[in-house]
Design a protein around this ligand. Structure first.
Ligand code: SF4
Length: 615
């Protein structure tokens, strides 16, 4: 590390975020590689290092001949300001080379409120923000991740978006860029060729026109550009090898543990959940394969915590055999098993006994809504009885804390549904105190966490408006009052509705928002998802200065037949299915999960066959 950087690091908190050199990080000779890829995470090191997708793709790319993939994270504000003041460009952790020397700079877009951080990272690196201002001399700036299902507000800043699963797609892109570099191919030609790779979307090859009322009129592709752009799907997920090694962070990551991805996609069809729709169809890995991979990963990383990761781990058809296999070797090696994403309705006695062998602090469930009616609207197919049964099982097994996740502002919600949140929490408290097996002398703790509903692209609720700020405040106040009149054992936390508002604006936004993001960034916005950094005043001033109404995006109901800013993108699920699900929601009619009955969403066309034997 050069002395100048060493001196800068002495001025900031947690310099370990910026030094690299962690076990498992990959070093190559820069003169021996023909393609350098900077994998950029537009949030802190601690958050980025928890992200499984980065670990998968880092290993995958570094296994390729002639390719070196390095990492870069958004420096925290002290480091960002220090780098800027010193004129020291943002660099990748492994080589410490500035991002401008890389052939590709690839971001993962996990969250709409990291968009200003993307611009901040490009700016710190000295890379022009807009794709139109970058010719062959600059790195190709690309992005993947869930937000690319509608990253139109960021379209002007990127050369290409990668839709869908990157394990096979990204290596194909890298091979093409290697060839293009060897042939000194002009950028335009490279972009033409890139769009032939499944799931590669070159936004500059599409022209968007707007109606006088502000809605999208048409999306017209240039000659040769695909319409729609269909996401890439990993052909054989079930047998696709899992990562054998991880970079083990030196500064505590949020989730600092070994992770094995047990399944991808979700069978449930909760109508608000973008991940549940864009990762369809659900595919799972064999229990034996997962056990072997988990053991190898723990050996290679030395981790003492192993997480079975997915959108809905308890839906894995072989979960119990998998846990039995893991419990044969994890306890004697003091490896703690973490089972995120448990479902209330398949939380069985046997499952609770297996999880309690390794963890007995608190349990987390997500009923999402406080009444059966509203749970039917959102297609969260769980009943009050199932909530009661799961909590009783947990209390019988010695748990004393339950965290319940809810959303506020869901379509069709009334104050009775808000009161239902408090009622549900009270019922759980009562269940504890009426339980003869409860821990003696130990009080129960029921925490309810209430997020604001954010309508997202590619879901049946994409057509729904978000509640305005005043309505959400009123509902929050009402909930606090409801809880005040109930047990002292209930605590409530809720999200900043202004942050959720901005998230909705960008989640359903179009390309006309690019100048807003750029100007807000120039006005000092970054780390917008962080309460202590969020500058709502700057955002509002920016919308006003540019004459753009954010409520048009967040608070307007969309017509079922309008062209949406993301209508040219295809994640497998048919638009007709989303419309039908929206209409069923308005009637509080439910749709069964995929493993019970196929509802014909269309995503099986990507996998080339029925998703389930029942289908
Ligand atoms: S095609 Fe059927 S089983 Fe497959 S994801 Fe869609 S609804 Fe589910």
């Amino acid at each position: 590390m050069e002395n100048k950087l060493r001196a800068l690091l002495a001025q900031v908190q947690k310099p370990g975020r910026y030094t690299g050199g962690e076990p498992g990080s990959v070093y190559k000779d820069r003169n021996d590689v023909s393609l350098r890829f900077a994998f950029c995470f537009p949030d802190t090191y601690e958050i980025g290092m928890s992200y499984l997708g980065m670990k998968i793709l880092y290993e995958k790319l570094n296994a390729m001949d002639g390719v070196w993939c390095e990492r870069a994270f958004m420096p925290w504000v002290d480091m960002a300001d220090t780098l800027k003041a010193a004129g020291y460009p943002l660099y990748a952790l492994e080589s410490k080379d500035t991002l401008t020397v890389f052939d590709m700079v690839g971001f993962t877009l996990q969250y709409e409120l990291s968009y200003t951080n993307v611009l901040a990272m490009l700016d710190l690196a000295g890379i022009p923000l807009r794709a139109a201002d970058r010719d062959e001399r600059w790195p190709l700036v690309v992005a993947g991740g869930p937000c690319t299902c509608n990253a139109e507000p960021m379209a002007d800043f990127f050369d290409a978006f990668f839709l869908g699963e990157g394990e096979e797609q990204l290596p194909a892109v890298c091979r093409l860029v290697q060839q293009a570099k060897a042939q000194e191919m002009p950028k335009n030609t490279l972009l033409q060729k890139l769009q032939e790779i499944p799931g590669v979307y070159v936004p500059s090859h599409y022209t968007i026109s707007y109606l006088p009322d502000g809605r999208v009129e048409k999306i017209v592709p240039d000659a040769g550009a695909p319409l729609p752009v269909t996401k890439a799907l990993l052909g054989d997920f079930a047998h696709y090898p899992l990562p054998e090694s991880f970079v083990v962070p030196m500064v505590g990551a949020v989730h600092d543990r070994a992770q094995i991805e047990v399944l991808r996609g979700c069978v449930r069809g909760c109508r608000f959940c973008q991940a549940g729709f864009i990762y369809r169809p659900m595919r799972e890995r064999d229990a034996g394969m997962l056990n072997t991979a988990a053991r190898g990963l723990c050996d290679n990383t030395g981790y003492e915590e192993l997480s079975l990761t997915s959108l809905s781990t308890s839906d894995h058809s072989q979960l119990e055999p998998l846990l039995d296999g893991l419990l044969e070797w994890t306890p004697q090696r003091h490896i703690n098993l973490a089972l995120p994403s448990l479902r209330i309705d398949n939380f069985s006695e046997s499952l609770v006994s297996k999880t309690t062998r390794v963890r007995k602090s608190g349990l987390t469930f997500a009923p999402e809504a406080g009444t059966q009616r509203l749970r039917d609207v959102i297609n969260k197919n769980i009943t009050d009885d199932e909530i009661d049964r799961a909590c009783t099982l947990a209390f019988d097994a010695g748990y004393t804390a339950v965290k319940l996740y809810f959303m506020m502002g869901l379509p069709t919600e009334t104050m009775a549904d808000i009161e239902g949140i408090a009622d549900t929490a009270q019922r759980v408290v009562d269940l504890y105190y009426n339980n003869p097996n409860k821990r003696k002398g130990q009080a129960v703790k029921v925490s309810i966490s209430v997020a604001c509903f954010v309508p997202k692209a590619m879901t049946p609720f994409q057509y729904c408006p978000q509640d305005d700020e005043a309505t959400l405040h009123e509902k929050q106040k009402f909930l606090i009052n409801c809880v005040k009149n109930r047990s002292k054992k209930i605590s409530v936390s809720y999200h900043d509705s202004r942050i959720s508002f901005l998230e909705a604006v960008f989640a359903k936004g179009d390309r006309r928002l690019a100048p807003v993001i750029e100007k807000a960034f120039q006005g000092g916005c970054r780390f917008d998802g962080w309460d202590d950094q969020f500058r709502y005043d700057v955002w509002l001033q920016t919308f006003q200065a540019l004459g753009i109404d954010p409520h048009f995006y967040a608070n307007r109901p969309l017509a079922l037949d309008e062209t949406l800013p993301w209508s040219h993108l295809d994640y497998g699920v048919d638009a007709a299915f989303l419309r039908a699900e929206y209409q069923k929601a308005m009637e509080a009619a439910t749709t069964p999960p995929c493993n019970k009955a196929c509802s014909g969403c269309g995503a099986n066309k990507l996998a080339g066959g029925p998703c389930f034997e029942t289908a």
